[in-house]
Design a protein around this ligand. Structure first.
Ligand code: DX5
Ligand code: ZN
Length: 240
């Protein structure tokens, strides 16, 4: 069994948008320190969602709590928008392998070590995501350069989808690769359909960040209670 602490990162895609600030505040009060913002463009994924305005609106709340604002860029040509999300207040940015032909350049730009056109020095934590049908091997060359490896456990585009069970084995293979290469500082984040029923198996396989939308913002219980339920089900020391 894994003893790595697991952080819960609520995805606001499933929040009540009429009460977004209130719901994010509830999560922060429950100890959450990473807010996950899903950005969709109708091209890379078949849906539209939020953009830099949502990040900017949440910025003061996150800053007050010392929490990260993580943008999950499910968009084509993410390089064009790194600057605007950085200025809006994103402190972590995750791009998809499938959307980035020049991944080292993109990751370097996020970290602030390289330039993409006019973009310089963004200094956010870079993450790289893979879709369910993309093998772990697609991350092989970029792992030394990232803070987060995000394993999608649904095809991206919508909240509330069913978890793909093969993700658990995929996380275990990625964890083994990180251990083998001395890259254990790289976070393994899992996104899509994470709930109390599967979070323990994911933590045991080596996940360190659990994105959870529906299971955190399920209106049948308060946000804080839902966060606590995920932590309790996790079975390992929760970071938040
Ligand atoms: C899916 C998004 C996820 C999603 C998670 O495209 O990247 O972050 O909102 O929501 P649940 O937990 O409902 O699957
Ligand atoms: Zn996401």
């Amino acid at each position: 069994m894994s003893t790595r602490p697991v952080e819960i990162a609520p995805s606001i895609l499933s929040a009540d948008f009429l009460r977004l600030g209130e719901q994010v505040s509830e999560a922060l009060e429950a100890g959450v320190r990473r807010i996950h913002v899903d950005v969709m463009d109708g091209h890379f994924v078949p849906n539209l969602s939020m953009g830099p305005l949502a990040v900017a609106a949440l910025r003061p709340l996150a800053a007050r709590a010392g929490a990260m604002l993580e943008v999950h860029l499910m968009i084509a040509e993410p390089d064009r928008y790194l600057d605007v999300f950085s200025h809006a207040g994103a402190t972590a940015m995750t791009v998809h392998v499938e959307a980035c032909p020049h991944l080292h350049r993109t990751v370097g730009a996020i970290r602030g070590l390289a330039t993409v056109g006019a973009i310089r020095g963004l200094a956010a934590q870079p993450g790289v995501a893979i879709n369910p049908a993309t093998p772990v091997a697609a991350l092989e060359e970029i792992l030394p350069d990232v803070d987060v490896a995000l394993v999608m456990s649904v095809d991206p585009g919508f909240g509330g989808q069913a978890f793909i069970p093969g993700t658990i084995g995929k996380v275990a293979r990625l964890r083994a690769e990180l251990v083998r290469r001395g890259l254990e500082h790289v976070e393994i984040e899992v996104d899509g359909g994470v709930e109390p029923e599967n979070i323990r198996a994911l933590a045991d396989a080596g996940m360190t960040i659990a994105v959870a939308g529906t299971s955190v913002f399920d209106p049948r219980a308060p946000v804080a209670e839902n966060v606590r339920a995920l932590r309790a089900a996790c079975g390992v020391r929760a970071r938040t």
